[in-house]
Design a protein around this ligand. Structure first.
Ligand code: NAD
Length: 281
């Protein structure tokens, strides 16, 4: 039987509408600032997406496009100003930064209560400790999509393919927090197919199109494809061989239209949360 297709666009629209309705009632609107160094086209496209999302939600938006030649001192000054601005509740620093800049020092300079992307070690540490703080948008989006379809990870075998700091590691922690039995796979995993075949919930964020074939999917499993790859024709694809896997899985996310839009909506929600924590009403 064909899998239920998990509709990330519909969930994202719902989350953004909830944010918009809450923001509408606020006298002092939440604000987000995006800091971008250099003119990487992918980062520019990403930045304009954030602007659109903020507009849709009624969140004040400011952008800082700094030249490639920006020094570390200049970057830290911009972050310092944004840390102090009361109209800004969330700061998003687009990475990677040009090679001459110290990315870790820049991230460390962001005030943790404005770190809506959850990249600061304080927020990552809180996540690890189970303390309520910001949750990184993509892994939190995966959990929200599972919730939306009433899929409870508790007691289930969850296999996470990928161990990056922005997706794999925090995803494993969030699945563990929901009482999943979690295995994390990576490039040194000996038997990736065997591990994946055990999964009741399989989350892939390897960034390798075609890595997860249908024979790696257990009958009836939940398959979440986080990756965004481009094929030879320039079309977006995930890691999963979607058409074949959808014949075996119980639930599956498409690419595009799966985790991507949910991730973006969680960023809006985190910005609203930051504003409420800053006492905005
Ligand atoms: P990354 O390159 O930092 O990490 C990839 C991970 O996958 C690594 O830990 C690596 O060990 C593992 N991996 C790679 N090839 C593998 C293989 N053949 N077998 C087993 N493990 C393998 O990437 P990332 O930043 O975590 O992003 C992963 C993917 O998710 C990318 O395609 C990215 O574009 C996408 N992404 C999507 C969203 C979203 O909103 N949907 C957000 C962030 C990242």
């Amino acid at each position: 039987m064909a899998a239920v297709v998990m509709d990330g666009r519909a969930l994202a629209a719902k989350i953004k509408e909830e944010v918009r309705l809450r923001v509408e009632r606020m006298e002092h609107k939440p604000g987000m600032a995006v800091v971008l160094v250099g003119d990487n086209p992918a980062a520019l496209a990403y930045e304009s997406g954030k602007q659109r999302d903020c507009q849709q939600c009624g969140i004040y938006y400011d952008t800082f496009r700094l030249p490639e030649s920006t020094t570390q001192q200049e970057l830290l000054e911009v972050i310092g100003v944004l840390n102090d601005r009361e109209d800004i509740d969330g700061i998003l620093l687009l990475v990677p930064l040009p090679g001459h800049l110290d990315q870790r020092a820049a991230v460390m300079a962001i005030r943790p209560d404005k770190d809506v992307d959850c990249v600061h070690p304080v927020n990552m540490g809180d996540l690890m400790l189970g303390v309520d703080s910001f949750q990184p948008c993509t892994p939190a989006g995966v959990i929200r999509l599972l919730d939306e379809y009433h899929i409870d990870p508790a007691g289930k075998r969850c296999v996470m393919v990928g161990r990056s700091n922005i997706v794999g590691k925090p995803q494993a922690v969030l699945l563990l927090k929901r009482n999943g039995t979690v295995t994390v796979c990576h490039t040194k995993t000996r038997d990736l197919a065997g591990e994946c075949r055990q999964a009741d919930i399989l989350v892939s964020a390897a960034g390798r199109a075609g890595l997860i074939t249908a024979d790696m999917v257990k009958e009836g499993a939940v398959v979440i494809d986080v990756s965004i790859n481009r094929d030879a024709q320039g079309r977006l694809r995930g890691d999963v061989d979607y058409a074949a896997a959808a014949e075996k899985a119980g639930y599956i996310t498409p690419v595009p239209g799966g985790i991507g839009p949910v991730t973006r909506s969680i960023l809006m929600e985190n910005t609203l949360t930051a504003a409420l924590r800053h006492g905005k009403k």
